[in-house]
Write a protein that binds this ligand. Structure first.
Ligand code: IVH
Length: 698
């Protein structure tokens, strides 16, 4: 971190009153501007941590000079604003904010416990206080109003008093029940966080990037944007999730005596409640929770920016009450920020295994999301330009979970907005790894090396990907080893890996007999794998693990995948035209089929993995004929389901036919079936045979 406006509290307090007044006014203006960008436009210009710092500085000045505290100060009210286009909703119970403990160490938890004990006037030797500890989800707060158990309204927080009616958009979130289970209280308002999972966010941004559209800075902004989409159709395409964490107005419902029991009750009503929560005793319990969730943070499927501690006993919460905008009985204990500011020192080009050239930012090292980051992706030239980034700029870096750190934007901070943007970076004409020409397809955003397997960058990465844990999981074949093997010309293609002998390997620099043994054993072990892993390992563009699993589930065998037509592929869930085309293009190249054959010849065998368990082989050995239009299943879908269950689909009815599945306007085939006395099923009958597969909701 460098060049941040830093008025330390000590200096500020010592400053003369006029100076403090000027700084407070400046801070207020800055905070108002950034709050507008954050809450209203969903397009922040500074990281949260920076906003928190400015906020804290203003709070510090105001407590040293109470006369400077004005009613409109951001410290005195919940920031936010009702957007035009949504009906305002007056909250029956105000939606307040929560105090933030920015001390990310254990002392943050200790300070909260000490404050609660003081305010409850507990003696030093009184027993420890009980808390409910939860995650602090990074999304936006929503109030769900249920009347007689039915969802009647959903509203954003707005300014805390009045929010926006976003019922239509919230209804697109499948996780939120329309009707509560076992609760018909006249009024039950449930509060919680709408958020976007990281994988959904990555997919959304990937899609935006591919179309050259604006990407979202982080999942929270994407979620906030989606909830406040005026067009529910657009909102529906943005995958959102929800966790309940509290209550608003209640009438006719006996709230349990503790917060943790309240969450259990909400869970029992069918509302999503996060399972990563605990009842903790005293500061020690809070610290344990904070640490264990900190360790787990990267592995969670969604962003959190801290944990929240709440006094567990509702009666004690009521006793402590609220100050201005925050309850005294709760605090958010933060983790290190996932976004930070640092200097972009230069930009290098990385060549990916598919030949994609990615501009990578070389940064002044910065501590972000719990680790020190000095490289971050800039994705592609167009995104870099859209963000108006230049070498030498201060930029915002984001690192969350296992996702590669990325530069999400230029830090505008207090600088003046640039009028004309002159980029100072260009993509190279030739591949930095092999010198082959660099091309960008028409309408494409990515530049690519044309060298293919000839390009050492692609060859190495193809092998590394093949060997990776989630692919063939070849132990002992990491970066360094692949470098040696490829640079030493010992392997050029994937199948050659399996020809490597002990003596060749043991002769490699810094490779002892034991490592050579291990690698040979790792290679041998990898010969037994699953089809989804093998498909994923081939490195077909757009075929990730999930798609590989879907392909296996749908087709059941590699040969069927290799021979599937574009149309067949499109019948697979999650496979759209781009993915289908990519798979087709891959297997259309004789070279790639050859690689597959050579790998088979090298003794690689697989089981169908999940496929076998996903689809019970209820139709094994049976031949079915489809005729007419089925109510919900398309012909390809029905065919695929039958095949996945081990059955065969024939084009015409004969004595060899076992079953006929008939829909609307079935014609001659149905007559023939009746003539032959064959069993005829409708779609429901077919589904029953497939193992009770329910119909998709319309
Ligand atoms: S409780 C009166 N619990 O953090 C207390 N808030 O300023 C109300 N948040 O925007 C908040 N996770 O949406 C609570 N487990 C959690 C939370 C949580 C995230 C958000 C909330 C609000 C902000 C608090």
């Amino acid at each position: 971190m460098s060049s941040l406006p830093r008025g330390t509290s000590a200096q500020t307090i010592a400053a003369p009153q006029t100076e403090a007044a000027a700084r407070a006014a400046d801070l207020r203006a800055q905070l108002q501007h950034h709050a507008q960008r954050y809450y209203v436009q969903d397009a922040p210009e500074i990281p949260d941590a920076e906003y928190d710092r400015l906020f804290l500085e203003l709070q510090t000045i105001e407590s040293a000079h109470p006369e400077l505290r004005s009613a409109d100060s951001p410290t005195q009210r919940v920031i936010g604003q009702v957007l035009d286009g949504f009906a305002p909703v007056r909250h029956a119970v105000p939606m307040l904010s929560i105090r933030t403990e920015t001390d990310t160490e254990d002392s943050g938890a200790q300070a909260f416990d000490a404050r609660v004990r003081r305010e409850l006037e507990l003696a030093d030797d009184a027993p420890s206080v009980q808390y409910s500890a939860e995650l602090k989800f990074d999304g936006l707060a929503i109030n769900l109003r249920y009347e007689q158990g039915l969802l009647v309204q959903a509203a954003t927080r707005g300014d805390g008093e009045t929010g926006e009616d976003v019922t239509q958009n919230i209804r697109t979130i499948a996780q939120i029940p329309r009707r509560l289970r076992g609760c018909s209280a006249p009024v039950l308002e449930v509060r919680g966080e709408v958020y976007m999972r990281r994988d959904d966010f990555e997919r959304l941004n990937e899609r935006q990037r591919e179309h050259g559209d604006k990407t979202f800075v982080n999942p929270r902004n994407a979620a906030a944007g989606a909830v406040r989409q005026l067009d529910p159709g657009v909102a529906a395409q943005r995958p959102l999730s929800f966790f309940a964490y509290g209550l608003g107005q209640i009438q006719g419902w006996d709230q349990p005596a503790t917060h943790s029991a309240t969450l259990d009750a909400l869970d029992a009503m069918g509302l999503p409640v996060c399972t990563d929560r605990a009842v903790c005793q005293g500061a020690a319990g809070l610290i344990r929770f904070h640490r264990s969730m900190g360790d787990k943070r990267d592995a969670l499927p969604f962003d959190i920016d801290g944990v929240v501690y709440k006094l567990n006993a509702v009666a004690l919460q009521q006793r402590l009450g609220f100050v201005t905008r925050e309850p005294r009985w709760a605090v958010a204990h933060k983790y290190p920020a996932q976004e930070q500011i640092t200097q972009l020192e230069r930009i290098e080009i990385q060549v990916g295994r598919t030949g994609k050239l990615t501009p990578v930012a070389k940064l002044a090292p910065v501590f972000v999301g719990g680790t020190t980051v000095s490289n971050a992706t800039l994705h592609n030239l167009f995104e870099l330009r859209r963000k108006r980034v230049r070498v030498g700029d201060q930029v915002i870096v984001r690192r969350a979970g296992d996702v590669i750190p990325e530069v999400v934007g230029r830090w505008i901070g207090t600088a003046v907005e640039r009028s004309g943007y002159v980029p100072n970076f260009k993509m190279p004409w030739s591949c930095p790894a092999c010198g082959s020409a660099v091309l960008r397809g028409r309408g494409e955003v990515n530049h690519r090396c044309t060298g293919g397997l000839f390009c050492p960058a692609q060859r190495k990465q193809a092998i590394l990907h093949f060997a990776s844990r989630r692919a063939m999981d070849i132990e002992g074949l990491g970066d360094k080893r692949v470098d040696q093997l490829v640079d030493g010309d010992l392997i050029r293609t994937l199948p050659e890996l399996y020809n490597l002998g002990l003596s060749t390997l043991a002769a490699l620099d810094r490779m002892g007999d034991k490592s050579a043994d291990n690698l040979v054993a790792g290679l041998a072990k990898s010969r037994h794998t699953t089809l989804p892993r093998f498909l994923y390992a081939l490195g077909i563009r757009h075929v990730g693990e999930a798609t590989a699993k879907e392909l296996t589930r749908h087709f059941g065998s590699l040969d069927r995948v290799m021979d599937a037509s574009n149309e067949d592929l499109l019948a697979v869930p999650d496979v759209g035209p781009v993915v289908a085309q990519s798979i087709r293009a891959f297997f259309d190249q004789p070279h790639n089929r050859e690689v597959v054959e050579q790998l088979r010849a090298a003794g690689i065998r697989w089981t169908e993995g999940e496929a076998a368990s996903a689809a019970p082989q209820t139709l094994a050995g049976l031949t079915l004929v489809l005729t007419g239009t089925l109510p919900t299943l398309g012909r390809d879908q029905a065919k695929a389901l039958i095949e996945a269950a081990g059955g065969k689909v024939a084009g015409s009815v004969s004595k060899k036919t076992h079953l006929v599945v008939a829909g609307e306007e079935a014609g001659a085939k149905l007559d023939k079936a009746r003539e032959l006395g064959l069993s005829v099923l409708d779609e429901a009958g077919l589904r029953a045979l497939l193992g009770g597969l329910p119909a998709d909701p319309p």
